[in-house]
Write a protein that binds this ligand. Structure first.
Ligand code: GLN
Length: 194
């Protein structure tokens, strides 16, 4: 059974811990480098990426996180977590740091004011049994991707889920739906990497 951490600096940590446990992983919160060293994979939750970025610096987590991502640790980011995994941002704050890991440009708050929060069915490659219910909350989208990046889902013409190697990201929040198929996909990725 893989041990999977949830980055617990800020955001909807508890929902991810529950979803991971339902998908047969040992799930635990990760705040410090020593805790990061003990996990086989990591989820970066939704929340507010500017705050998460600041706290990662304050907790001395930015470089340890970057190092593990570079070393090939499987990571799954939802919403703000997707933003953290982008090599480049549009509409990011000036001092906003990301970990990188996916060769993509992500636009923060892309779906705009009319549509700050909505749900939509999303067909996701690698997830069997029909579309997942995507919960989008001030969600980013992926503006463009490099050649190594697989587009896993689109909604309304925009890329909302991507994968590059062991790194997966979605604009939406499967942890809020009670449907744990996306977490199960990630747990399988962690198992395959072990
Ligand atoms: N808009 C947030 C950000 O820029 C992300 C929102 C979310 O994670 N639900 O970080």
């Amino acid at each position: 059974t893989p041990t999977i951490g949830v980055l617990a600096l800020q955001g909807d940590v508890r929902e991810h811990l529950v979803a991971l446990a339902s998908a047969d992983a040992l799930a635990r919160p990760v705040r410090r480098p020593e805790e990061l060293a003990e996990v086989d994979g990591l989820v970066i939750p939704g929340g507010e990426s500017t705050t998460m970025s600041k706290l990662a610096v304050a907790f001395g987590m930015l470089e340890p996180l970057r190092e593990r991502v570079r070393a090939g640790m499987p990571v799954y980011g939802t919403c703000a977590g997707m933003i953290m995994l982008a090599d480049k941002l549009l509409d990011g704050r000036e001092d906003q740091e990301t970990l990188g890991g996916i060769d993509m440009i992500v636009r923060r708050n892309a779906f705009g004011r009319q549509n700050e929060s909505f749900e939509a069915s999303v067909e996701m490659a690698g997830v069997e049994g029909g579309p997942v219910e995507g919960v989008f909350i001030r969600a980013p989208w992926v503006e463009s991707v490099g050649a190594q990046v697989e587009v896993v889902a689109t909604y309304d013409g925009h890329t909302v889920a991507v994968r590059q190697g062991n790194v997966l990201a979605t604009s939406f929040h499967p942890e809020l739906t009670g449907d744990h198929r996306v977490h199960a996909l990630f747990v399988d990725m962690v198992r395959a990497a072990q």
